[in-house]
Design a protein around this ligand. Structure first.
Ligand code: URA
Length: 207
């Protein structure tokens, strides 16, 4: 996403001196911009609306969206998504990162059984190896979701490549990734460089 306000919010998030008290509201602001961009093609249906002066044409979302934050860090983006999509359902996917293998361990999957025909946004600030996102995308695809949008603050080239190669061709072609930046690389502990550090720790504190 190329926008001066998004770039300036991302700079605040990257800064190691930014305290938690400023990190959270800045993430909220940036997530609002990212979700706004991610919903640019949201299907709508025509309605009529009566103003104080006349009846005219309007629109409303054609289907209730589903927002799926990846716990824990994705929760930091959830209020912004629900602010723009107040009728959305929330699907919770809990994944812990194994610090040795860097692979995700699943501890929660609370996802609507049928996602057919519903716009789905997967929220995760950091698209690093792509392992967590791939797990979530396969789950969402299994439940009938199509044309999913991944909303991230920072993406690594390795993560984007993993999504491209790790999904069925048709699903990869229908996938959209909206991120504020694509960074240089992953380091040897699978953190994004330059990145912003551990997003969950910066939002909620170290475990
Ligand atoms: N998760 C994070 O929070 N930060 C990274 O850089 C990579 C994964």
């Amino acid at each position: 996403m190329d926008h001066p306000l998004a770039a300036s919010s991302l700079t605040v998030l990257r800064d190691e001196r930014t305290p938690r008290s400023r990190f959270r509201p800045t993430l909220h602001d940036l997530a609002t911009m990212l979700v706004y961009e991610a919903t640019r093609a949201l299907p709508t249906m025509p309605v009529t609306v009566t103003t104080p002066l006349a009846t005219t044409a309007g629109v409303r979302p054609a289907a209730e969206a589903v927002v799926a934050p990846v716990l824990r860090a994705g929760l930091g983006m959830l209020p912004a998504a629900l602010g723009l999509l107040p009728d959305a359902h929330t699907a919770f996917i809990g994944l812990a990162r194994d610090e040795t293998t860097h692979r995700p361990t699943v501890y929660l999957e609370a996802v609507p059984a049928d996602l057919t025909g519903r716009p789905v946004l997967l929220l995760d600030p950091m698209l690093a190896t792509g392992g967590s996102a791939l797990h979530c995308l396969r789950l969402l695809l299994d439940r009938g979701a199509r044309g999913i949008t991944v909303v991230a603050v920072v993406a690594a080239p390795e993560g984007l490549a993993a999504l491209e190669s790790g999904l069925p061709v048709a699903a990869a072609a229908e996938l959209t990734v909206v991120a504020a930046a694509v960074d240089e690389r992953l380091n040897d502990t699978a953190y994004i460089v330059p990145g912003l550090g551990d997003a969950g720790d910066r939002i909620y504190g170290e475990m």
